[in-house]
Design a protein around this ligand. Sequence first.
Ligand code: 3AM
Length: 186
Amino acid sequence: MRLFVAVNLPEEVRHAAWVAAGALRTTHFPIRWVAQDALHVTLKFLGEVPAEREEEIVAALHRAAAGARPFTLMVTGFGAFPSVARPRVVWIGCERAPALELLQHRVEQEMAQIGFPLEGRPFHPHITLGRVKGATRSRDLAGFVDIIEPLEYATEIAVPSIDLMQSVLSRRGATYTRRHATPLEG
Ligand code: 3AM
């Protein structure tokens, strides 16, 4: 099964973020939008994992969470990777709070201990809103910068736990289910 570790968002925040991004969806850009219910912050992508490893992964997640306290996360600002001028992944950002960085580091280290390779690139916490479709030409995204730049959304969320998530891919996109919630208890 395909697994990843995430911070999930309260329902009202998922809804408010979805509403705040509304102007992007109404402009018919060739972007595949993530469903409102699926909005989250990924801490670690684990990839395809044999089902029998789940217990070992949950134990590693508990070790990571045992040293981390619940914290408040500031969710703010719209952007895109690699840039708003050449968007591939459209997101709402998260403040790079020390508590989040520490938590992500702990997850990364514990997962490395059980054989998952360290992420080669720096951690840029974000909530993916949508992904630009494969065969998109730059003219299909004309006006994107003007639409995204004035968008605003900011809120604070409490992060009491981290979740082991399963992603099931289909032609209609990914469906995420929570396999396990691990409280932060450091
Ligand atoms: O939450 P986001 O959208 O940033 O892009 C995938 C998604 O991240 C990412 O894992 C999350 C859950 O699917 N992902 C998918 N394949 C990946 C890979 N090979 C990956 N992250 C790193 N390496």
